[in-house]
Every structure is written in C-alpha cells, then in structure tokens.
Design a binder for this molecule. Structure first.
Ligand code: 6PG
Length: 239
C-alpha cells in the first residue's frame, strides 16, 4: 500500500500519527512496541516531529523497545552515527527507558559488531525477530537499510545481522538481513524527494519476479508493507 503526501513536512506529520497508532495497537496487543529505526536524512525530520509533546502524550514510551535496521560502523559519538541522530532528535526527548534502547555495538570490526548485535537480538527474541515496525529509507541506487547493490549481505539467508559495504564508499555498515526485515509485522518505506522518483517507480511498478534492486526484495512473508511518499518522490509513478 502507498500513501502520497504533499511534501516532507506532511509525510512526517502523517507518519508520526500512524507511528503512534501502530505503537498503541502493539502495546494493547502484546504489551510492548518493538521498532527498528532507519538512518539517513529523511527520518531525522520524522524523529523531530515524533518528539513533540502532542505525539508523546498519545503513547506510552516506557513500553517501546528501539532497535536499528542498520548502522554505520562508526563510534556512537560520530556525526554519521544513526544512533546519535536518533538520540539527539527523538530518544533524548521522550520517556523511553535506557535499557529499551538496543543500539548496534561498536566493536573492533564491523563483523564483530554484527555478530554481537545478532547475539543481543537472540537474547531478546527466542526465534527470528518479528519487529512490530521496521522503518526503512530508500537510496537512489535502490538500497535500503544497508543492503547495497552488489553487497554480500544480499545473499545472507541465515544470519540476522550482517556487515555490509556500499560500493559508493563511506564507512562499513551493519545491517539487518532480508530474513529479519521480511519477517517484520509492518515494514514502512519513508521516501521523499525528486531524486528518488525514478527508483520509486522502478520498485513499485516492477514486474513481479524481476527484482533487480535490493529494496525490491523487501517482501514481508506475512507482514504488511507501506510506502509513505511525498509528491516529488511519487512524481514518476503512473497512477
Ligand atoms: C542509512 C540508511 C539508509 C537510508 C537511505 C536513504 O543508514 O543511511 O539506513 O538506508 O535510509 O540511504 O537515506 P536518505 O533518507 O538520507 O535519503
């Protein structure tokens, strides 16, 4: 399903409304809301919106457990850290319990960090994690989380967490793998900006079975998928 809004601001307000509704549904259903956050510039505005009192007072942050769908292999104090961005824009401003913030560890190597994160997930989830919500972005190259074109992480069918690397350079990454992301109860792509329009079209109007880009293989086995777009990102779509 896709929803198209006027601009980034409306996308973030509507997504905040919907995030709160999903959190309250999950908390009512099983006493907690497990969410894997994405990185990048788009969620920054969403997190800032979610931190506003009018959203905070509509949900019980003490029952929210926060994870990351991917992370850059940098220190948590590094400006590129997804954890740092989420703490500064959202987590430092809501009454979440610190033990319910589960960041990707920053160890000696990306491989060790991935292994440790998977071990921590296995302590929390008895079986393959079924996150109540997985937030994803979309790169203009068709990557999502840190599942980049040509990355070995794309072939991972058993590990829950894998190191990854973008051919475009930048820091090594750690990412949830397809088995975990596709086991999510709700997977939400948050995509804004004209620079994503061609890729959004390629993904949403692709012939089934012709998956070329990493984001096309995000096909939840039993959960739902939702695309939240602004008009610019949706501008190349037929309908
Ligand atoms: C990251 C993200 C990455 C991001 C896309 C889109 O760590 O950068 O997980 O997958 O979602 O690159 O990023 P923008 O929202 O900044 O375009």
């Amino acid at each position: 399903m896709k929803k198209i809004y006027q601009d980034m601001n409306e996308v973030c307000v509507k997504t905040a409304e919907w995030f709160v509704a999903e959190a309250n549904k999950a908390i009512a259903k099983h006493g907690k809301f497990t969410v894997a956050l994405s990185g990048g510039s788009t969620p920054r505005q969403l997190f800032t919106e979610l931190a506003k009192p009018e959203w905070q007072k509509q949900m019980d942050w003490s029952k929210v457990i926060v994870f990351w769908g991917d992370e850059r292999f940098v220190a948590p104090t590094d400006a590129q850290s997804n954890q740092k961005m989420a703490r500064e824009t959202l987590l430092n401003h809501v009454p979440i319990i610190e033990k319910n913030i589960i960041p990707v560890p920053f160890l000696a190597t990306a491989e060790l960090s991935a292994k440790q994160y998977e071990a921590e997930l296995k302590q929390i989830f008895a079986d393959l994690p079924k996150f109540d919500l997985i937030l994803l972005g979309l790169g203009a190259d068709g990557h999502t989380a840190s599942l980049f074109p040509g990355s070995l992480a794309l072939t991972e069918e058993t590990r829950w967490v894998s190191p990854a690397q973008s051919k475009a350079g930048g820091p090594e990454r750690i990412t949830l793998t397809y088995p975990v992301i596709n086991n999510g109860a709700l997977v939400c792509f948050l995509v804004t900006g004209a620079e994503k329009a061609v890729m959004v079209k390629a993904i949403l109007e692709a012939t089934p079975g012709s998956e070329v880009y990493p984001a096309q293989r995000i096909q939840p086995t039993s959960g739902k998928i939702l695309w939240l777009l602004d008009r610019a990102a949706a501008s190349a779509l037929k309908k």
